[in-house]
Design a protein around this ligand. Structure first.
Ligand SMILES: *[C@@H]1O[C@H](CO)[C@@H](O)[C@H](O)[C@H]1NC(C)=O
Ligand SMILES: *[C@@H]1O[C@H](CO)[C@@H](O)[C@H](O)[C@H]1NC(C)=O
Length: 191
């Protein structure tokens, strides 16, 4: 049998997978034009695919024009999809963005649009008092540790159906793989 074209296989899987496994992760707030304030709790919100297995994220903040990261929170639970970030003495600038990632595996889930941080405490900051608040202070510093680490069990809350979906996913994948092999097999016999 001829070797399978792995490039084609990957491409076919890439087309098929999103339909099976809605994999998306979008930071909704802050948006472009949002101004965060020092001395205030500023709301971050996000939405993501159900059943993608991402229960916790590490949150970092950075600037487009500067190296360095502000470590905001480690293992923040991805539910309920919102978090306040209380800022202290963060240098005002208009080129901040947020990164949602797994800092252990280096897997990036989402980045926000560029937003700004104002110079003074401002009561116009948007806050959701029903969700967790983490505090960050100071300038970007690559050696700094995460300001807040959420306990591991904070990630333990699963929506009904998640486990069931996790269980069926490998099966779906196997099925899909078989299907793709069939299609490829068919194509190869035509060549
Ligand atoms: C990050 O990735 C590592 C290695 O893949 C994994 O063990 C860990 O559970 C992940 N962290 C979170 C918060 O999902
Ligand atoms: C507070 O925020 C508003 C809207 O972003 C802005 O117009 C105003 O200048 C800010 N005030 C201070 C003191 O930063």
């Amino acid at each position: 049998m001829q070797p399978l074209p792995t490039g084609l296989l990957t491409l076919l899987l890439a087309w098929c997978l999103p339909a099976v496994h809605a994999n998306y992760f979008i930071i909704q707030q802050p948006t472009a034009g949002t101004q965060w304030q020092n001395g205030a709790a500023n709301l971050v919100t996000w939405t993501k695919g159900v059943g993608d297995g991402v229960d916790g994220v590490d949150i970092e903040m950075s600037r487009l024009s500067m190296d360095g990261l502000i470590f905001v929170a480690k293992d923040a639970p991805t539910k309920p999809g919102a978090l306040n970030i209380f800022l202290q003495d963060i240098p005002p600038a208009d080129d901040y963005y947020l990164l949602f990632l797994n800092s252990t595996s280096g897997n990036m889930f989402a980045t926000s649009t560029k937003f700004s941080i104002g110079s003074q405490a401002n009561t116009s900051a948007t806050t959701d008092s029903s969700v967790a608040t983490v505090t960050v202070s100071g300038s970007p510093n690559p050696t700094a540790v995460f300001a807040t680490t959420f306990p591991p069990n904070a990630n333990g809350v699963l929506a009904p159906g998640w486990r069931a979906l996790d269980g069926t996913f490998p099966q779906l994948l196997a099925l899909l793989g078989t299907l793709v092999m069939c299609v490829l097999g068919g194509a190869l016999t035509l060549l």
